[in-house]
Design a binder for this molecule. Structure first.
Ligand SMILES: [Fe+2]
Length: 263
């Protein structure tokens, strides 16, 4: 058993950022020394403490009738998605606080072909780093004009597009002094719920990126870089919103790493 796996959750929370960064660096060195490209983050990544407790420990079970899940899973149709669902700054009495941003990009398959009609859902904290969720106890203010959830369908060229505000960083209980870098959660539904992919998009230049054990659980540096959006001044709208571009590649060597059920 890995030494970090023996730590109780309480003891794990007492680790400092230095402890966590040391563990991250050691695992990076081990990955580099292995010489074997890793196509998915490990399910149990000790610096990301809670991953030790909530990853599958048993082999996957073959399901005789995988399509049966379709009878119980959520479904959606194109008519369920309104154009206004892609603008997270609307739908409230006033405008949300924070820096307005536009995020757009393409959903592509491994051959670079656009994936059209794809349901893309996002959720995020407000500008102060607080989720409009009852389990978020971070004492930053809620914004009555921001819920933090949106969705859209990719167009014929595979583009999605959202208008929102830049989320704030927030503290979490992974270790003493742990802060998540600003990020937006993304879900891609696929053609059925069993194909759903979940990942996170980050912002360029964030000083918290190298410290974050969730991002660092993607041990391949190139794959990590693909989780960080690019700032695009041509996309920025004068006097309105800053523009970020972020493509999502579903498979192949340039794939966007996904979370396998992590949130
Ligand atoms: Fe989050």
């Amino acid at each position: 058993m890995h030494p970090a796996q023996q730590a109780t959750p309480q003891a794990a929370q007492q680790a400092t950022q230095q402890d966590i960064s040391r563990e991250i660096d050691r695992l990076d060195r081990e990955y580099a020394a292995s010489g074997v490209p890793r196509h998915h983050p490990p399910r149990d990544y000790p610096p990301y403490r809670s991953s030790l407790l909530r990853h599958p420990r048993h082999p996957l079970t073959a399901v005789r009738d995988p399509e049966a899940a379709e009878r119980y899973g959520p479904v959606f149709g194109a008519s369920d998605v309104e154009a206004s669902d892609a603008d997270l700054t609307r739908g409230h009495p006033g405008a949300p606080l924070g820096e307005r941003i536009t995020i757009t990009g393409r959903v592509l398959d491994r051959a670079g072909r656009p994936v059209t009609g794809q349901l893309v859902e996002i959720w995020q904290a407000n500008a102060c780093g607080r989720y409009a969720h009852r389990h978020d106890r971070h004492p930053a203010p809620l914004d009555p004009n921001f819920t933090g959830a949106g969705r859209c369908l990719t167009d014929r060229q595979g583009y999605y597009r959202f208008t929102t505000i830049r989320p704030g960083a927030y503290p979490w209980l992974n270790h003493t002094g742990a802060w998540r870098p600003a990020h937006i959660h993304f879900s891609l539904f696929g053609t059925a719920f069993t194909q759903r992919l979940v990942t996170q998009m980050y912002f360029p230049g964030d000083p918290l990126l190298p410290l974050d054990p969730i991002l660092r659980s993607v041990t391949d540096a190139g794959a990590r870089a693909r989780l960080i959006a690019g700032y695009d001044h041509d996309l920025s709208a004068a006097g309105d919103a800053l523009g970020y571009r972020w493509d999502i590649v579903l498979d192949g060597p340039a794939a966007t790493r996904t979370e396998e059920g992590r949130r």
